[in-house]
Design a protein around this ligand. Structure first.
Ligand SMILES: NC(=O)c1ccc[n+]([C@@H]2O[C@H](COP(=O)([O-])OP(=O)(O)OC[C@H]3O[C@@H](n4cnc5c(N)ncnc54)[C@H](OP(=O)(O)O)[C@@H]3O)[C@@H](O)[C@H]2O)c1
Length: 389
């Protein structure tokens, strides 16, 4: 299968390269994108001789690389959009390992072109779950999740999707899981970046500390598996070994238990679920010796509740949530705002938003731009000490 990899320089991107390297008989890398980090280009090209297109942001670097690798077309942000790769490259499956809103347009284009999409970029579903499901319902493209929780649920549903009471997403609780809310006042980004169980990109690591990530994953599960909000739950789990599970009406449970390693869900998505896997049935979480679980307390992680609004009201709420979070996280990573400002910003903008039902892609882009501007105004006020909550 010919693979187009979007976001090759990132955490999921580099692990996707590992999976392709280990399975050269089944996958051929034909194109990829990086952003600002270009050092992986030579490493990847050394092994993958079929690559003909590469996108990167910096035009002068693209020129330098073109001279070094004349058989490859280097596109840069000066003349191209990242999603142009989807039109130019001859591929069977695109792996979307981009972070944030930048992944949305490529996701939509891949499906519109009736191709397979292995999706790590959960933001695509948060912003445009309705649009993506509409495309799938029209028979456009195929969607395979890469998130570890959703990969686990996919496997469990493959074994038994009858009589499911609830799907439960497990959550590590992030870097600050041992702190109470009053202790969150002064926590810095450098500490938030120390995730207890996973090594990931900076944005998702902060999203884990705020639990926006779990909010996103509830929305993702809702759209992927067409489950209502009321049938999706969260359980805190210290070790990240139980990747998520289903509870059944007969009182039993089924989950996937394995060492946390994103190469497993990446591989499962690349093979479209057609490789051996194992899930475990259990009658109680206490049966899982050595693994620790805690009830999820919504008041400790209030942002998770926004998944309800997004899944019930739909429309443009997901776009607001995503952009407000994306910009607030960037500002927090630069130490411009406090940790708890992230949730203050998101709640304020979600509260002020007038929802647009059945949004088009243009509507979503317009709301994204609008929220981007509003978030920056708030961040400037915070920096000047003028923001009153
Ligand atoms: N990491 C994990 O273990 C994990 C697990 C589950 C789900 N996910 C999801 O997978 C996605 C990727 O996460 P990650 O941790 O791999 O992120 P990451 O390490 O930050 O990598 C993100 C990739 O996107 C590229 N990128 C970002 N903005 C871009 C832009 N404007 N133009 C072009 N390229 C751009 C980056 O390029 P440069 O870095 O070169 O600029 C990089 O290649 C996210 O949606 C995340 O929620 C990640």
């Amino acid at each position: 299968m010919r693979i187009l990899l979007l976001g090759a320089s990132g955490s999921i991107g580099s692990q996707t390269i590992d999976v392709i390297n280990k399975n050269p008989q089944d996958f051929t890398l034909v194109g990829f994108s990086v952003g600002k980090r270009t050092r992986c280009i030579s490493y990847i090209l050394k092994k993958h001789k079929e690559v003909r297109y590469i996108y990167l942001i910096d035009a002068s670097k693209a020129k330098q690389y073109s001279k070094k690798y004349p058989h490859v077309n280097f596109l840069s942000s000066k003349d191209h959009q990242l999603s142009d790769l989807v039109d130019l490259v001859d591929f069977d499956m695109a792996v979307n390992a981009l972070v944030g809103f930048s992944g949305l347009l490529p996701s939509i284009k891949v499906l519109e072109k009736n191709k397979k999409l292995a999706l790590a970029n959960k933001e695509s579903l948060v912003v445009a779950g309705e649009l993506i499901n509409k495309l799938l319902d029209e028979g456009k493209g195929e969607l395979y999740p890469i998130d570890s929780e959703h990969s686990a649920l996919w496997k469990c549903l493959k074994v038994n999707d009858q009589g499911v009471k609830k799907m439960i997403l497990t959550a590590s609780g992030g870097a600050f899981r041992k702190l109470n809310r009053s202790e969150l006042k002064d926590v810095k980004a450098a500490e938030a970046l120390k995730h207890p169980t996973w090594k990931m990109g900076a944005k998702i690591t902060i999203d884990c500390a705020t639990m926006v990530n779990k909010c996103f994953e509830i929305i993702e599960a809702g759209y992927l598996y067409r489950y209502p909000y009321s049938k999706i739950g969260v359980m805190l789990h210290d070790e990240s070994y139980l990747h998520s599970y289903l509870s059944y009406l007969d009182g039993s449970f089924r989950g996937e238990i394995s060492k946390p390693d994103m190469r497993n869900p990446i591989k499962f998505a690349l093979y479209q679920g057609n490789i051996p896997f194992s899930t475990q049935s259990f009658s109680s979480l206490t049966d899982l010796k050595g693994l620790h679980f805690h009830e999820f307390d919504p008041s400790r992680y209030p942002l998770v509740s926004l998944a309800k609004l997004v899944l019930l009201k739909k429309g443009t709420y997901g776009a607001v949530l995503n952009r407000a979070n994306e910009e607030a996280v960037h500002a927090y990573l630069k130490d411009e705002i406090a940790f708890l400002d992230i949730e203050r910003i998101i709640f304020k903008l979600m509260k002020e938003h007038k929802n647009v039902h059945n949004p088009s892609l243009d509507d979503l882009i317009r709301v994204d731009n609008d929220v981007n501007n509003k978030t920056h105004l708030i961040i400037e006020k915070i920096k000047k000490g003028e923001m009153r909550w």
